[in-house]
Design a protein around this ligand. Sequence first.
Ligand SMILES: NC(=O)c1ccc[n+]([C@@H]2O[C@H](COP(=O)([O-])OP(=O)(O)OC[C@H]3O[C@@H](n4cnc5c(N)ncnc54)[C@H](O)[C@@H]3O)[C@@H](O)[C@H]2O)c1
Length: 384
Amino acid sequence: MTDTTTADRATASSSGAPRTGPVGIGVVGAGVISDQYLGNLTQFPDLRVLFIADIDEERAAAQAEKWGVPGSGSVAELLAHDDVEIVVNLTIPAAHVEVALAAVAAGKHVWGEKPYALDRESGQRLLAAAQEAGVRVAVAPDTFLGAGLQTALRVVRQGDIGAPLTGLALFQVPGPESWHPSPEFLFAHGAGPMFDVGPYYLTTLVQVFGPVAKVTATSSKARETRVIGSGPKAGTEFPVEVPTHVSALLQFESGASAQAVFSFDSKLARAGFVEIAGTEGTAVFPDPNMFDGDTLVHTGGDEPTVVPASGSTFTRGTGVAELAQAIRGGRRERVPGELAFHVLDVMVSLAESAERDESVVVASSLEPTPELPEDWDPSVATLS
Ligand SMILES: NC(=O)c1ccc[n+]([C@@H]2O[C@H](COP(=O)([O-])OP(=O)(O)OC[C@H]3O[C@@H](n4cnc5c(N)ncnc54)[C@H](O)[C@@H]3O)[C@@H](O)[C@H]2O)c1
């Protein structure tokens, strides 16, 4: 009998032949965000969504029926499905690493939702396990593959604002307990405004300036409890376990610097702001939590120049299509686990800085991500 290694299972079909054609997808987690993913994944021709799993198997079955996915059931059944090559992990943050490690152990590649992990140790364990198994771990956010941020990044890279010097990022809202029907996890260890939305802003800043070298932060918590505002649990009080306002200073390896605010404590909602000031101008980026939106370039005149977004405007799931093409093409994916790990390392370092009242050196680094071709379109079939 031939001994099949985990890496063989990732790259070959059960017959032993190299896999070709569309890539099989299994989705774990049939909650709020799964609709947006499934709406896209089921229409990308390079992907075949084969199975949906959830600890709540009825929820998985309902989503499978709604989106025309052939199978549903438990995570174990999904992992035993031979044609599932990428596990799309849409579970809550506390389950991200556990589910991803199980997928890696089954020889599957993983696309995960943010945050990548709750701490550096489990994040490193996952990267090491994936490397050992010869599979990929890629992690949201993939918003920077969208037309809006790709255009903003092109504006900076082609020199429209001169040399980029400083960044400003702002996310402040009253808090997601008003609209999310199960918001408890957003106020638990591993979430809060920084771990929940920080990845969008920090990933964008890292795309502009490269890796972060050192951070300093302060943080605070407005209330010890919150009340669910929508859905069947509306009116239920739950504990707030993490800071709900973080003010962050970032020093990049390049010498550039940036400041950011992540807050669930402001009745005045102002979110989606990333501004990059350069030697010749300032670029106002579109919302880093979105895949579309114009870039504004201010160079000192009365009115900014509006640069319309150009590229793919598909939303969540875009990175899964890019990962599938990278797997078949034998090249590195554009949203690698190393990027998510660096952003996690920055967030953990910010939390440590606020706790200890001192600056913290960020040990991890990363390679720059190549731009996407401007005409890249995940609705065009490339794998036959
Ligand atoms: N809701 C949003 O707008 C949004 C946007 C972007 C990203 N995200 C991210 O997506 C992820 C999921 O968010 P959501 O809002 O869909 O949460 P949710 O609570 O609505 O759904 C999570 C689902 O995962 C299932 N689950 C939890 N642990 C599991 C396990 N160990 N095995 C199998 N299933 C498990 C739950 O039963 C639930 O159905 C989070 O990481 C969140 O940060 C959410």
